[in-house]
Ligand binder design. Structure first.
Ligand code: SAM
Length: 245
């Protein structure tokens, strides 16, 4: 596939509009992700999820199904997800989008995208009815879900699907104890791996404070999505929400 240049959209203007919205998750994301940790992201996500990241992404890709899809990989980061979409998945075209330019630079090297845009999930620089699939991994907790769902609805074609994956706070008390121990260790690790300190010390709070699954399902339902489903994985520490326009 031919790689196009990374398009920079007017992210400053979008950010100003965004500031008027209630949740400023993208400001947290800006602190978390930058040039200082872009090159180590792939290894960090693999090790810190005990390789579950690959299993979750394979599951997301399984949900895509069909052929000749135009797929938007929203908050694509360094583009790991695109590597799970086999070239053949059937002549699909993948467009990647993310707010962190230094992550997009690495995504570009993977050569799996036909277009990469430096943009916010809440203000997508695409025409109405452009995509068959919108897929995102680890974005939900950083976004204003109402604004994101509105944009999903606008840029998705009729019968298009959305697949949203992120971490969740487990329900079981036993798993919660282990979860907190794990994040305590991660917090300590952040003192050594300083480029990840900000993330390792705050990710647990972000996950706990953000019941994104219920909020997303509510927003999807309100705007008119159908066949909304949610699946939990790895003892309730991650979830995938799907819906059809
Ligand atoms: C943990 S990384 C995940 C990257 C990739 N999806 C993956 O699974 O490896 C989170 C990404 O979300 C992006 N991001 C966070 N909030 C965003 C927003 N509001 N709009 C666009 N991208 C956002 C960050 O820049 C970062 O690259």
């Amino acid at each position: 596939m031919r790689i196009l240049r990374i398009r920079r959209f007017n992210i400053q203007r979008c950010a100003k509009i965004y500031a008027t919205l209630e949740i400023n998750g993208h400001l947290i994301a800006r602190k978390f992700f930058s040039s200082k940790n872009a090159s180590s992201y792939d290894s960090i996500v693999r090790f810190t999820t005990f390789y579950k990241d690959s299993a979750w992404k394979k599951e997301m890709v399984r949900f895509i199904g069909g052929k000749n899809k135009i797929i938007l990989d929203l908050a694509c980061g360094t583009g790991i997800l695109s590597t799970f979409i086999p070239n053949g998945t059937a002549n699909s075209k993948i467009i990647g989008s993310d707010l962190t330019f230094d992550y997009l630079r690495l995504a570009k090297k993977r050569q799996s995208y036909v277009l990469l845009t430096n943009s916010l999930a809440e203000f997508l620089p695409y025409k109405d009815n452009s995509f068959d699939v919108i897929i995102s991994s680890y974005l939900a907790k950083y976004t204003n879900l109402a604004a994101m769902v509105k944009e999903h609805w606008r840029v998705l074609r009729k019968d298009g699907i959305i697949i949203v994956h992120d971490f969740t706070y487990p329900n079981s008390n036993l798993v919660r104890i282990l979860w907190h121990v794990y994040f305590h260790i991660l917090n300590q690790l952040g003192k050594v791996i300083t480029s990840w300190q900000e993330v390792f010390s705050n990710l647990d709070k972000l996950i706990q404070l953000n019941p994104w699954v219920n909020n997303l399902v509510r927003e999807l339902d309100m705007i008119g999505f159908r066949s909304i489903s949610r699946n939990y994985y790895t003892h309730g520490t991650a979830a995938i929400v799907r819906a059809i326009k």
